[in-house]
Design a binder for this molecule. Sequence first.
Ligand code: SDX
Length: 435
Amino acid sequence: MSGTTQKTVTITLDGTNRKLTVPLMHGTAGADVFDIRKLYGELGVFTYDPGYGATASCESKITYIDGDVGILQYRGYPIEQLADHSNFLEVCYLLLNGELPNAVQAAEFNKGVMHHTMLHEQIRSFYNGFRRDAHPMAVMCGVVGALSAFYHDSLDINDPESRRISAFRLVAKLPTIAAWAYKYTIGQPFMYPRNDLTYAENFLYMFHGVPTEEYKVNPVLSKAMDLIMILHADHEQNASTSTVRLAGSTGANPFACIAAGIASLWGPAHGGANEAVLKMLADIGHVDNIPDFLSEVKDKNNHAKLMGFGHRVYKNYDPRAKIIQQACHDVLHELGIEGDPLLDLAMALEKIALTDPYFVDRKLYPNVDFYSGIILKAMGFPTSMFTALFALSRTVGWITQWQELIEDPEQRIGRPRQIYTGPAERDYVPVDKRA
Ligand code: SDX
């Protein structure tokens, strides 16, 4: 059970023992945390934690990860069970509301989302401002941020109804925005959403469909799409979620906060890794080249990374990677793509890396991005769209975390401190007196 106990901590500074009473917070699961808010007042020192690897930025009830064991739970439900039995809109309801919906709640929620999938007609012309070869993530950043200019009726972050409608709008419209970002780059007409389809079917329809012929949704692809969205829905305080929370802590509107999250996710160290994995596999080219590539990765003078491997929290197999790897096999088999060379190369690379002391010693295992690119490519998505698909899936997690932040009575504007190691105070020197 969660709670807080007061702990007496003795710190010896320059030979002097200082006894401090520090609150120790206990969660439902995972590591306890010291509440260090009074440390500066008591000792005149800050803590130093670049990248916040050992710092809890908030108290959250949404998602729990045990990186040592490879556990991921949304509101207490193991990701494996949700992957097997749930669907993405049900997971959205679970994340946003904290409980699985009953049949009536699910029907009402699904209807609410599917009736907000259209974009304001003026947003169509917004796309025309981009070059046709713009990266879809650049378009997503711009268009999602622009939603702030269209929905003045739901920008009051302190109004629960405004927060609820903003969450509906963002979850509902991101697939349309992402599909249109792709259609724009290939010069095809935008496909309007269809409310008679499921969330995943509708996305595939808007992405692959054309006005000139009927589009039949392949159930194998829609099931795989729904699974991929479930697996990417939320993941504690990762870089993009922390970006959304930091933006939200200033009182910025939800659309601007989600646009900031999309920008942060784009980086190759984060959500851009799935695109980078495909490029890495293409560069390696053949199983015979794997040893040379891994030698480059281990060479400190080289900046090559084994993309799709490693994680700040998982020091064991990312449970999402296991689920996606199996889905890869299922989708390729059901699509009749036997022996995808990319999948074969990825599995050979994984097998070799998992026995190599360099990666074993550093607890580097495949993460969600290692296989997601392979299944997305097999499903007919261009590499440039991979991170956009991650963004549309993660939007529900971002907006849930944003809601939790706004409703948290302890939330304050995020403002980290620093240790200053620049020049000591000095006087201005007129230009004619300088060397
Ligand atoms: C996601 O945070 C989340 O939850 C993110 C995410 C989510 O759902 O939101 O899970 C999604 O972003 C997954 C990660 C996708 N990124 C990649 O696959 C890019 C490749 N991975 C690395 O860039 C790296 O592993 C990170 C960024 C993911 C984690 O970086 P850390 O925690 O800062 O790890 P580190 O740099 O401290 O690594 C420790 C050691 C270092 O070597 P030494 O200095 O000790 O000799 O491991 C090495 C690193 O150089 N290392 C790697 C490596 N990852 C870490 N070496 C080669 N290849 C890698 N991929």
